[in-house]
Each structure stands twice: as C-alpha cells, then as structure tokens.
Design a protein around this ligand. Structure first.
Ligand code: C2G
Length: 433
C-alpha cells in the first residue's frame, strides 16, 4: 500500500485545496493530511488565519480524500510523521518548490502544480474589509508598521502625512506608500485607521483630530503626559465608538501573555520581587525617557495589577533631561522595582521572583519569543513561541479582529491600564527633587 502525506493550513477552504487533496490521494492508496495547528502558524508568522482548527479539519474531512487527519504542531514534525507513518511520498504545491527537498532523505518528494487564480489570501482580501492605515509621522523610521501591515490580512498602509512636507515625500518614497496627504482631511478621507508616530508633545493634538474625524487610532505610547488630555482622548473614542490603541507591543505578544499566565496562575508561588529594566542608546528622540518608563511600568501593571499600596521614585536628571529613574511599588505580597536608564545604561530584563520559582525574560523582553522559568523544585523550563518580530503583528491582528467584530475596547491593554501608566509617570515627575 502506497502511503502519501500532505500538509496545509486549509484556511477558507477553496477549490485549490480540494484539487490538491484530490491529486495527493491519486498519488497512492492511503492519504494522511496534516492540518497546521494555530500555534504552529503563529510560529511561522501566519496570524491572519480566519477559520478555527476544528473548521479547517472539518473541511478537509468533508472532501472524503483523507484517510487520516493529523495536526502539525511544530517545526520539523514532517520528518517524524514521515518515519512514524511509514510514508512513501510527500506531496505539496509547487509554490513550495525546492523548500522540502531535504525530505528526500526519508521518502519521495513530489511538488504538484497549484490551482491558478485562487488562494486563501485572495478570498480574505475579497470577503473581508481591508482597513487602510494612514500614517502621521515626524520621523523617517516607520517602526515596521509598513512591513508588518503587509503580513496581516485586513490592513494595508495608505497615505502618509507629515507637517514637514519634504519628510512626508521621502517617507512615501522610502516605504512605497500610496502617496502624501497634503493635509489631515485628505489623510482621514483615505484612511480607516490613523497611526500616529510623532513626538509626545504632538500626539494628543493629532489623536484628537483623528478620533473626531471618526477614525480608529493607534498612537505611540504614552499619548500624553497629562492625564486630563489622555482622559479626553478616551472619552472622544468612546463617544465616537472608535478604537484607541496605545502602541505598546508586549501585552499583545504570546510570550508575554504566557508569562503573565504562569505568574498569575501561581506557577512560581507568591510574587516577592518584580524587576523590570529598560534602557536604550537611541537618544536622538526627545522625551524618549517617558516612552521607556511607560514601557517598563506597563508589564508590572498587567502582571501584578493596579493595586499597589505605595509608590516611591527617584529620578536622576539634569534640568528636564532625565538620565535615570528607579521606581518602587509595594504590593501586598512583595515589591516591584522599575529601572529606566536613559543616558545611564541598564540591562534590559524582566525578572519575577516568587516563593516557588523565578521567571525571566532577557534582553529586548518587549519582543522576546521565549522566557525561562526556574523552580525551587530544581526544574527549569523554557517557554518558546518561535516567532520573533517586533510585536506589531499581534497588535495589528488584534486591531483587525476588533474592527471586524465591532469591539471598541481591548483587554490586552485597556483604557484603565493606559491611564494608570500616565498617572504613575505624572507622579514620578512631580516627585523629582
Ligand atoms: N494550494 C494549491 N492551489 C492553491 C492554493 C493552495 O494547490 N491555489 C495547495 C498548497 O500548495 C498546499 C495546500 O494547497 O499544498 C495547502 O495550502 P495552504 O493552506 O496555503 O497551506 P500552506 O501554507 O501552503 O502550508 O506545513 C504547512 C505546509 O508547509 C503548507
């Protein structure tokens, strides 16, 4: 009996998938179909899958070609499957030509021509609304929004606006966008979502105009250092029923969510000590200190909650330029310390010490794809999602889900979280000597 195996996501099941399965079955007597698990797809950066795993399996089953259906859970599983199921031929579409030649060591590899003119991506584009993102910027760097938007179904980048027209022109050319908007109104007309990437002093003003124009907004974090201004923005967003997202990536990332789960689920016992440090060399951007501080405070609020009993801070500064800050928070079971180095460098890390173990994320923790857990019972585990990005993709995927489901508020990083960060920064700044 000739045994065949093939794999796929089979999202929004279409004729191309059907033809592939039919032809794969015709290659032999017994067909095994590997349907990608969600975690595996996230690991390869495929975050736009619409159908649930159960639906995708059901659709493969309905064709009647599969004799057995398995899920593909990890990179390299294909080798184990081929050995385990004693496979003669591995079949895949020729869009993958050459990519699986190494499986020739275990079985015959056959690339079959794809069905032209149809794909899950095409269906997603036709059936689901594409939300145009307009950019307001005062910088040449795009913080990867252009690249990441290209990898998420349901969003595309439109025009760019900058008060400095020359910069807008250069930005547009550099990232090959849809053109420069001569004014805000033109940008708003062309966009569903406005991405604001400007100095902190200008964020409130632009975010307010965009929300009032009825646009969803993703704004660099924090929106403002004035809690009154921030509250006003949230109120407008609510009134207009528009989404307002802080551009903060960690709370959307799977690594961070897993770590939060582990700590809150008691895997390391009661938290005695929480340490979060952040510093960056990039000192050209004014107000960078506040951005770093906000970034470091946010994980604490997400993991330990808002109910600390006291706060103390120490800011080392030259006039308005803050070089270093350390902030202490007392929580019912332990203490949190946040270190923010602006000119003074500190090691970037999150370390959470509990009565039963320690959790740690090293350098660039805000975009890490793994964390470590050391337990007092001597065990050591590494949790890995195998997907390294700057985190934007998770945020954008969430935005698309929210828009399509008509959800206005996100629990990943809520208004309450956002406002608390600003309140803490306000207090730290007011307390400086
Ligand atoms: N396919 C096809 N014609 C299309 C679209 C897809 O023949 N118009 C084939 C693909 O080449 C693949 C299968 O259908 O063999 C499943 O396609 P996808 O769901 O897009 O899965 P893919 O991302 O290609 O995953 O481990 C996963 C595999 O590597 C393939």
């Amino acid at each position: 009996m000739k045994r065949i195996i093939t794999y796929g996501t089979f999202d929004l099941f279409h004729e191309g998938h059907y033809n592939m399965l039919k032809r794969a079955k015709a290659e032999g007597d017994y067909l095994i179909v590997g349907v990608t698990g969600d975690r595996y797809d996230v690991g390869r950066g495929k975050l736009s899958v619409k159908d649930s795993l159960a639906t995708r399996i059901e659709n493969v089953k309905k064709t009647g070609f599969a004799d057995m259906i398995i899920t593909e859970e990890y990179l390299g599983q294909k080798i184990s499957d081929i050995i385990k199921y004693d496979i003669d031929t591995f079949v895949i579409g020729d869009d993958w030509r050459g990519k699986f030649d190494h499986l020739n060591n275990y079985c015959t590899v056959k690339y079959i021509s794809r069905t032209e003119g149809i794909s899950s991506t095409k269906i997603r584009e036709e059936e689901f609304k594409i939300n145009r993102i307009g950019i307001i910027t005062d910088k040449m760097s795009d913080n990867q929004i252009v690249k990441e938007s290209g990898l998420i179904a349901g969003v595309s980048v439109g025009k760019v606006y900058a008060e400095d027209g020359t910069l807008a022109g250069k930005f547009n050319n550099n990232y090959q966008l849809q053109g420069v908007a001569g004014n805000l109104r033109e940008l708003f007309e062309d966009s569903d979502v406005i991405y604001i990437r400007v100095d902190i002093k200008d964020r409130y003003r632009f975010a307010k105009e965009a929300l009032q124009a009825g646009k969803h907004v993703i704004c660099d974090f924090p929106f403002s250092l004035d809690s009154g201004e921030q509250k006003e923005l949230w109120n407008i967003a609510r009134e207009k029923e528009r989404i307002l997202l802080d551009n903060i990536k960690a709370p959307y990332s799977q690594t961070f969510i897993q770590m939060m789960w582990a700590v809150q689920g008691g895997l390391i016992g009661d938290v005695i000590d929480f340490n979060c440090s952040v510093s960056k060399k990039d000192l050209d951007i004014p107000y960078l200190f506040y951005e770093l501080a906000a970034m470091a405070v946010a994980p604490m609020l997400k993991i330990l909650g808002h109910d600390y009993t006291s706060m103390d801070s120490r800011l080392i500064h030259e006039g308005d330029a803050i070089e270093f800050a350390t902030m202490y928070f007392e929580y019912p079971t332990g203490r949190a310390k946040i270190n923010v180095g602006n000119t003074i460098r500190v090691e970037n890390q999150i370390e959470i010490i509990g009565t039963k173990g320690t959790v740690r994320i090293g350098d660039n923790w805000w975009k890490a794809d793994y964390f470590e857990m050391d337990k007092t019972d001597g065990t050591n585990e590494v949790f890995n999602i195998n997907f390294n990005s700057n985190g934007f993709r998770f945020l954008l995927a969430n935005l698309v889900d929210m828009i399509s489901q008509g959800i206005i508020e996100t629990k990943f990083f809520s208004e309450r979280d956002s406002r608390k960060v600003t309140a803490i920064l306000e207090e730290a700044i007011a307390n400086r000597e």
